[in-house]
Write a protein that binds this ligand. Structure first.
Ligand code: S3P
Length: 191
């Protein structure tokens, strides 16, 4: 079973993804980390040297591979880059090969979290809040289109978000109900 997390930058895809993986006994993959390994430099430098389209090509190849491989193996949680849904082929791969969870956050909330970020190329602009609003306008419909489930990241803690996702997976019959809700304790299958 593959669970993919999508949403705008700063919404917690990697943090929630890592905790979710630990909680359900899954392996964790981060498409941006895999891309950085392959290109041998930070994404920001790659953007500066080769431009966004070249990055999207790398991203498309990695999303294709990871969703194909992971879907064939055991439990995996995949955190994707915020722009991974821009290309229709990525939307199709994620939707068809995984259970997609949208971590939905408002531009204002993301701005509070990302004010001091220097690594995200798209946000190194004069008015990052305006940029986040623009990204939200453009991408929110795409995240909604692809997601099987959504959770609002506004108030809940990471642990609560993880619980909410686990509950959705259980209700959907994608995972056995865990016998208890101790963090980090994978389901034993007895309940
Ligand atoms: C991007 C988001 C980044 C990364 C790249 C482009 C985007 O990932 O893939 O900088 O287009 O929103 P995060 O969502 O993890 O920041």
């Amino acid at each position: 079973m593959l669970v993919s997390l999508v949403g705008l930058p700063g919404g917690g895809k990697s943090t929630v993804g890592r905790q979710l993986a630990r909680r359900i006994g899954a392996s964790f993959l981060d498409s941006d980390a895999v891309i950085e390994e392959r290109i041998g430099m930070p994404i920001r430098s790659f953007f500066e040297q080769f431009g966004e389209a070249a990055f999207r090509d790398k991203e498309e190849a990695v999303i294709d591979e990871l969703t194909l491989d992971a879907a064939r193996h055991g439990r995996t949680v995949l955190a994707t880059g915020g722009g991974a849904l821009l290309r229709p082929v990525n939307r199709q791969h994620l939707r068809d090969r995984s259970t997609v969870v949208y971590l939905r956050s408002s531009p204002e909330e993301l701005f509070r979290r990302l004010k001091h970020d220097t690594q995200r190329p798209l946000l190194q602009v004069k008015d990052p809040l305006a940029k986040l609003r623009e990204l939200y306008e453009q991408r929110h419909p795409l995240y909604e289109e692809v997601a099987h489930y959504s959770v609002d990241t506004g108030r809940p803690s990471v642990a609560t978000l993880v619980n909410m996702i686990v509950m959705q997976l259980e209700v959907a019959g994608l995972m056995e109900k865990s016998p208890d809700h101790l963090p980090g304790k994978p389901s034993t299958g007895h309940h």
